[in-house]
Design a protein around this ligand. Structure first.
Ligand code: ADP
Ligand code: MG
Length: 633
């Protein structure tokens, strides 16, 4: 295989967002976000002006908006290509001044500058361009840039102008929902499909219904048709922050944020909103968050906010998004939706996911980070335009096996290499420790037998399993690779009905060369890997046997002969020796001797089990290796 040619004149993908912007690039390993010098994936769409010039862009500018609200431009995208008059109803959301510019266009006055929104966007694009040049190590002059599906010609032209000002040729302007679909590889098979893209960002909400048009082999990405859009350009995560901040103020017995003569300074208000935002984000992860904020002037807010409380506040806003979805569905003529894709940071809110899932009756796609999916899709489109299509991985089969880690670090493969897509597999697992309430699932890809030698795809947890002895919970793990190559992993405990799921796109980050290398390595290591896997599983299962036999022995000991007890105990000691050796140095274990020792103990213990009164013990003939977990309550 020749060395990959150094990149020259690359086309990058850019998501120029209202609150955040990102740049991505797609090569043979698939699309990836290009991180800034300081390792950030998202650039805050914020620019601060002083003395008429842009002096800060990104997080610092956004951060300084607290101190310099009049000098900092946030959400300039809302004004792109719009006239002063038509954007009037939005002016109150800006802290900077909106003025009427040339040809009656909305312009911005901030920090001594008088600029058009595209000039602000150009500062942001310029920053992304520098990031791309840093990461790709070459000059970047071309980009695919995304815009909302509802942008009109004027808004699209303003976006092109912004690119030009930043020294970028916008080789194509792509709709954000189309980019999201491309990121998921939808349309690669040219099968007719109808997709809903639900995009809930910082300041805007929109839903688009796209149709994949079959029989288009041009590969130029024009295979999507927007059949309906609906939304609200003044509905987003910011509203949730605002609602939460208002609630906190009300609780503190203070006037509302928007009141003209509020007791709070502009910076205290901004600080409160920032605080509300981080609380909101924390509540997407946790059930409650602690608030402790000093607003100055002796004003303090100190309390706990629960997720349930936040959900009550969020519900009216989420309701509005649902109504918009219903409208879009109606406009689309009541078509059946095959898939739903979630886009935008606000779709991380669990209640949003639930409500959207319920509305469409589908498990929405969440495999790709909702913040990144549009940029990744823009990069995918860029790769197509560049002629660097990733046909190689658009296979009808799974290129590498998929499985989960089990106790001891071995891999249980559920779907093996070359299985035809779509593919589904289920297997039962159990716990390895008594009263284990959490099970950690680690999803892996590769041909080797031990987790450490495979590629880690995802980790997730199944929680709140009711206390049961080791080996009793029945944990069903299902792997489903759908037609678009998205892997859905579901783990469910049968008795309690607890479930947890995760989605990933296993082909991301893989090249054909890498697949070949992985295959080759698995052949080289086949023997020692198999040995290791067998020894690890034997050790785990032997330890469980010893535990059960020990438990049963203590219950029935008085009914058993001393010789019998002694013989069992000596078999246990013998088996324990193998377990210790397996843990210390698995390669030195004679696996057959180990298996024999286990079998001998199992056989010898039958007589005792027959004595045992415990039903539950007899109910388990043989268990699968427990899923890797060390957590107990
Ligand atoms: P845009 O496309 O408008 O630039 P984004 O997609 O970047 O917007 O979304 C930004 C919004 O997502 C912000 O309101 C932010 O607070 C919100 N957000 C980000 N992460 C989370 C999270 N984990 N939970 C809830 N909201 C989040
Ligand atoms: Mg967005």
């Amino acid at each position: 295989m020749p060395e990959p040619a150094p990149i020259s004149d690359p086309i990058v993908g850019i998501d120029l967002g209202t609150t955040h912007s990102l740049v991505a690039f797609c090569d043979a390993a698939g699309p990836r976000i290009l991180e800034s010098e300081s390792g950030e994936r998202m650039l805050a769409s914020a620019v601060r002006y002083r003395g008429g010039v842009a002096i800060e862009v990104g997080a610092e500018a956004r951060h300084h908006a607290v101190e310099f609200p009049l000098d900092t431009v946030l959400s300039a995208k809302r004004l792109m290509g719009r006239s002063f008059d038509e954007s009037k109803e939005a002016h109150h959301v800006f802290q900077f001044e909106v003025v009427s510019g040339t040809r009656g266009l909305a312009a911005i006055a901030a920090g001594g500058a008088r600029v058009l929104p595209q000039e602000v966007a150009a500062v942001i694009l310029g920053q992304l361009r520098r990031t791309a040049e840093l990461r790709l190590g070459c000059e970047v002059r071309r980009a695919v840039i995304t815009v909302p599906a509802y942008f009109d010609d004027g808004q699209r032209q303003a976006t092109r102008d912004a690119a030009r000002l930043a020294g970028l040729d916008a080789v194509r302007i792509v709709n954000e929902p189309t980019a999201a679909a491309l990121a998921y590889g939808i349309g690669r098979r040219g099968e007719p499909e109808t997709i809903a893209i639900y995009d809930f960002g910082g300041g805007t909400f929109d839903v688009s219904i796209l149709q994949v048009i079959p029989d288009n082999n041009s590969g130029d990405g024009d295979l999507f048709r927007v059949i309906a859009t609906a939304g609200d350009t003044h509905l987003g995560g910011d509203d949730l922050d605002h609602a939460l901040a208002e609630q906190l103020l009300a609780d503190a017995g203070l006037a509302s944020l928007s009141q003209e003569n509020a007791t709070l300074s502009a910076s205290a208000r901004q600080a409160l909103r920032d605080f509300a935002e981080s609380t909101k984000i924390a509540l997407s992860q946790r059930e409650s968050a602690q608030i402790d904020i000093d607003l100055g002037g002796g004003l303090q807010v100190r309390r706990t906010v629960t997720r349930a409380e936040f959900e009550i506040l969020a519900t009216p806003f989420i309701d509005r998004t649902i109504v918009a979805c219903q409208r879009a569905l109606q406009d689309a003529g009541g078509v059946a939706i095959d898939r739903v894709i979630l886009v935008g940071g606000s779709t991380r809110i669990p209640l949003v996911r639930r409500r959207v899932g319920e509305l469409f009756g589908l498990d929405p796609y969440t495999a790709l980070d909702p913040d990144c999916v549009v940029a990744l899709g823009a990069a995918t489109q860029a790769a197509v335009l560049q002629g660097a299509r990733r046909d190689v991985l658009l296979l009808d089969v799974i290129p590498l096996s998929l499985g989960i880690e089990t106790v001891g670090g071995a891999v249980a493969k559920l779907l093996t290499r070359n299985a035809t897509i779509p593919a589904r597999a289920r297997e039962m697992f159990s716990t390895s420790v008594d009263n284990q309430s959490h099970v950690r699932l680690h999803v892996l890809q590769g041909e080797r037998e031990m987790a450490g030698d495979c590629r880690s795809l995802a980790r997730f947890e199944l929680r709140d399993i009711p206390p049961m002895p080791a080996g009793i919970p029945q944990i069903e793990v299902e792997f489903l690779v759908d037609a678009n190559g998205v892997l859905h992993v579901t783990a469910g405990e049968r008795r309690s009905g607890r479930r947890a799921t995760v989605q990933v796109v296993p082909s991301f980050g893989l090249t054909t060369e890498e697949i070949d290398r992985i295959e080759h390595e698995s052949v080289v290591h086949a023997r020692s890997d198999m040995h290791r896997h067998r020894v690890v599983d034997l050790a785990v299962n032997s330890a469980l046997d010893i535990k059960w036999i020990g438990d049963a022995l203590s219950r029935t000991r008085t009914d058993l002969s001393a010789e019998y007890v002694e013989s069992l105990e000596s078999l246990i000691t013998h088996l324990k020796g193998f377990i210790s050796l397996a843990q210390a140095s698995p390669h030195d274990v004679d696996a057959n001797a180990f298996a024999n020792a286990k079998e001998e103990l199992d056989r010898a213990s039958v007589a005792m089990h027959e004595m045992s009164i415990s039903k539950s013990l007899r109910a388990i003939p043989n268990i699968n290796p427990g899923i890797n977990s060390t957590r107990t309550t």
